[in-house]
Design a protein around this ligand. Sequence first.
Ligand code: C5P
Length: 253
Amino acid sequence: MSAFLQNDPSLTAKDRLIFALDYASLEEAKRAVVSLNGHVGLFKVGLELFVSSGPGIFKVITESSNCGVFLDLKFHDIPETVQAAVRAAAAYKARFVTVHASEGKRLLKAVVNEIHNDTKVLAVTVLTSFSQGDMRDAGMEKDLDICELVLRRARWARETGCAGVVCSGSEVRQVKERVGQELITVVPGVRPEWATVSNDDQRRVTTPRQAILDGADYIVVGRPIRRAKNPVQAAEKVIEEIKTALRDLAVHP
Ligand code: C5P
C-alpha cells in the first residue's frame, strides 16, 4: 500500500470531490447546485457555463449551497492579458482559478503576483484529453513522455508559487513524490468502474480510488455524476470510494 501523499489530512472524502457544473444554462446549473449541495465539496464553473451564463452562477452557488467555488477558465494568453483576467477572477473569491502552464514560468509568476486574496492558482499541466499519440499532431517532441512534460510544468508551478496543479491520475504520484508533496493536486479524467461515458474525449483516465491512492488532493467528476440516472446517488458512490481509499491509506501507510 502507498503512503499518504495528500497535503491536508483534515479534508473529508466529500471535501475532495469537485463536481464540474458543465451546463448550458444558469437554470440547469442551479438545479444541480441545489440537489448536490451536501454531496460534493466544490462546484467547478467551466467555460461552457461561464460563457453562457456569466458570473451570476457565483451568487447561485454562494446562496444555494455551502460548497466552495472553483473557477476553471484555464486562462491562456499573453501575461498582461492573463494578469488582468486573473485579477478580475479573484474578485469572485473562488477557492481556485486555473491557468495553462504551457507558456512557462514568466506567465505563471505574473499571475501568482496578481492575486492578493485567498484565491489559489492552479497550473493546468497537460489536459487529460491529451494522449501520447497526440504529441506529434500538436507539434511537440513526439518522444517526450507526457509524464515528464507534466513534471516539468509542475516544477514551474512550484517554483513560481502556484498553489497546485491539475494533472491526470497517471502522473499524480510522480508529481507528489518528485516535485513536492505540498503542491495541491487536482485530478480530472475520473471514471468510476461503474460509469460508462459515451463518446468519451478523456484519454488519461483513472478511478476515484486509484487517484486518491496515488495522492490526489481533489478529484474532478463531471459526466459520471451529471449523466447518472440519480446524480446524488452517483456522487455518494464516488465519496464512498474516496473514503475507502483514504481509510486504506491510513491503515497501511
Ligand atoms: O465530464 P468529465 O468528468 O470528463 O469532466 C471533466 C471536467 O474537468 C471538465 O469540466 C473539464 O473541463 C475539466 N478538466 C479536464 N482536464 C483538465 C482540466 C480540467 O477534464 N486537465
